[in-house]
Design a protein around this ligand. Structure first.
Ligand SMILES: [Zn+2]
Length: 151
């Protein structure tokens, strides 16, 4: 995972994943949450940003099946699903289908298993729980399981 670049201001987010937390930035001036790590508030421009812990629950805004990956780290997982989730704290976050789940029951020589993997029941609007997932020696991911939460 060392090929994935990250900005210095994202360190609290990455450190949060390592201890089981999904963190997001919040502006002290206007109290608006924002996606991932930025040096300033995208709403008011303030540099007074803090990190808060998300409950990890939100609604799916978009679902994409990935069948080709440019990064060698992710090529081993193809095909897999990523989602864009609008979290309850009013920020959006992308998450990857849990790599261990995406490998379950899959045989590259069995077209039915490929079809099963690419036809997960997750749909736009579904409620999902995201969680940090250790993957590799250094990197954490935000992951999800394909079954939506009961509302
Ligand atoms: Zn602000």
């Amino acid at each position: 995972m060392s090929s994935i670049a990250r900005r210095g201001c994202a360190t609290p987010f990455v450190e949060g994943l390592a201890v089981g937390l999904i963190r997001y930035q919040c502006c002290l001036s206007c109290e608006r949450p924002q996606n991932l790590a930025k040096y300033r508030c995208v709403n008011c421009g303030s540099k007074s940003l803090i990190w808060a812990d998300s409950a990890g629950v939100g609604n799916v805004q978009a679902v994409t099946a990935i069948r080709r990956a440019s990064d060698p780290v992710f090529q081993a997982l193809v095909p897999y699903v990523i989602v864009l989730v609008r979290m309850r704290e009013a920020f959006s976050l992308m998450a990857i289908q849990d790599p261990s789940e995406s490998q379950e029951g899959f045989s590259p020589d069995d077209p039915d298993s490929v079809k099963e993997r690419s036809c997960r029941p997750l749909q736009i609007g579904d409620l999902v729980r995201l969680y940090p997932k250790r993957w590799g020696e250094q990197q954490g991911l935000v992951a999800f399981r394909s079954n939506p939460l009961a509302v």
